[in-house]
Structures are given as structure tokens and as C-alpha cells.
Ligand binder design. Sequence first.
Ligand SMILES: [Zn+2]
Length: 340
Amino acid sequence: MQSLNDAFKHCPSLTLPRREGRNKRRLLRHFISPSPIIVSLLIISLIMSSCQQKTEKFTTGEKKLKVVTTLFPLYDMAKNIGSDKAEVSLLLPPGVEAHSFEPKPGDILKINEADVLVYTGKFMEPWAEDIIKGVVNKDLIVVNASLGTKMIPAAFSDSAEPAESLDPHIWLDFDNAKIMVKNILKAFQLKDPVNRNFYEQKAKDYTNKLTELDTLYKMTLATCKDREIVYGGHYAFGYLAKRYGLKYLAAQGISPDAEPTANDLINLVEQIKKDKIKYVFYEELTSPRIAETLANETGAKMLQLNAAHNLSKNQFDQGLSFFDILKKDLDNLKIGLQCQ
Ligand SMILES: [Zn+2]
């Protein structure tokens, strides 16, 4: 077996990911916790794969584009734009809560072997920038899907969220989602110009579906008797509520990591009683216990509102799309807010 020193000799330009601050501690945990042998093997494979990387800039139009995405909406967009000309993967394993996800060494290898990496932005994936700085594959095109989107300030409820944070749930404003599609399209066309018209048409189809969904939301939500979403989860639906003129109250800030205080919950219970709220919504892939507490205290019923960060294994097996999730959400909003 080749030693680490040998590998460096053959590939002197290798740099490992730079790790800083909170991400440094998180990533170090991943690198250090397995046995040193496994870590060395992983590092060597990283070195070898980077040394063997072909340096050709563009594909010929015959090879499938290798695309790595970090979040389900990006995966769904990339899969549809790339269709049979791209091999798209999602870093998040099925059922994993997106905000608490941290990449493993195997994920870093996957990124190094890809043609295109698509991530949402630094507020959704705080680990991404350090990984990108450490990427050794010089031909990788990195797409920050949030570029050009209109972002709103994050609702912060604790010190873990700095005041300058922006709300990362940009895909829940369908105009922003269209900009994300454009950003992905540009990268595909740059990497595989032979198929640029093909990707353009697929992106257009996806954008048209977003327009249809937006119209359906506008028409349905304009008819609701109640106009207040109470969410027993994190602040994921700020964009959606703003777009359709709804009031939005969430028990947690922009990440489900932060626990609501007893006072936050008491205030929400009072608000639900005062506004005679009939349904409390709960989120996907985390325990619904906050919503349960609110429902038990107020007699409200519960309905799911899925922000589509990721899918459960079952949903993946069923092949659910971003549009399937958002249409189900609209069905539940229709019941919960008493729309026609
Ligand atoms: Zn979220």
C-alpha cells in the first residue's frame, strides 16, 4: 500500500479541506473519530482520485454529467434539467434532517469526483464553503443556487443565529426557485455545451411547472378564512407566507437545533387561543412533539407542512417530486386555513 508521503510525492499540489470555527470542530470530529487506518485510507483514496482526475474541461456530450446536490429541491431541479444526460446524487441520506447534516469523508470524495456541485448557500449549508476551498478537482463547477435570489432576514430566536443571518429556505418562494433553476442550467450548459438546447428546454419545462404551482397557491390561498400559519417547528415557511400574504408563527428559529423556551411556548398557546386557531402544523423528519404540546394545550388539530428539505426513505422509494410535496402542503393548508 502506498504511504501518505508517497502519495504526496506524486501529487504535491494536494490540499486538504481548510477547517475553521464551528465547522472546524465539526469536521475534525468526522476525520478523527474513525480509526487512524480508516482515516489514512480515506485520505489516500482522496489523493489518488484527485491525481487520476482527467483535466478535460468539457464533456463530449456522450458522457453523463456527474452532479452532486446538497438538498432535495436542488436534487429535483438538477435531475429534471439533466434528465437522461446527467447522473444526479443527493448528499443527504434519506430521512436525515438537513440542518444537522454534516458531510463525511466519503461525501468529500464524491464532490471531488463530480462535474458539478450544487448547494443552496452558506446559510443552509454552513459547512460548504470550507469543503469547496479544499476541493482538488479544478474542473468542478460549483453552483451557489442562491445567487440572484431575493433573500429575507432570518427569524432568530437564540444566540446561535447571528443577527445578519438570512433565511435559507429560498426554494419556498417560487420566483426564487426559478432563479435556482437558471443557476443550475448555466452550469450544465457550461460543462456540456453540446447539449445546451436540451438542458434549456428541460429547465423551461420545470419553470413552467413552478409557474403553475404558484398560480394554484395564489388562487387557493386567496380564499382562506384563516390567514395565520402556526408551525410547531422551525422558521421554514417565511418566504411562502410572505408571498401569499399569510401571517406565520413558528416555535423555533431558522434551524430545528434550537429549542423553544417555556415562555415561547406559553406565548404561542395564548396566541392560538386568542386567534381561535383550529390547526397547528408540524414539520417533516423531526419529532412533532412541539406541535403536539401546542395541540394538547389548545385543542387544535395537527397537520403536516413539509418544507421539502429532504425526503424520507419511503418517499424516495415512491419517487415523490418537489411538486408532489408542495401540492400535498397546499391540500393541508386548504384544510388548516379553511380555504375553498
Ligand atoms: Zn429549514
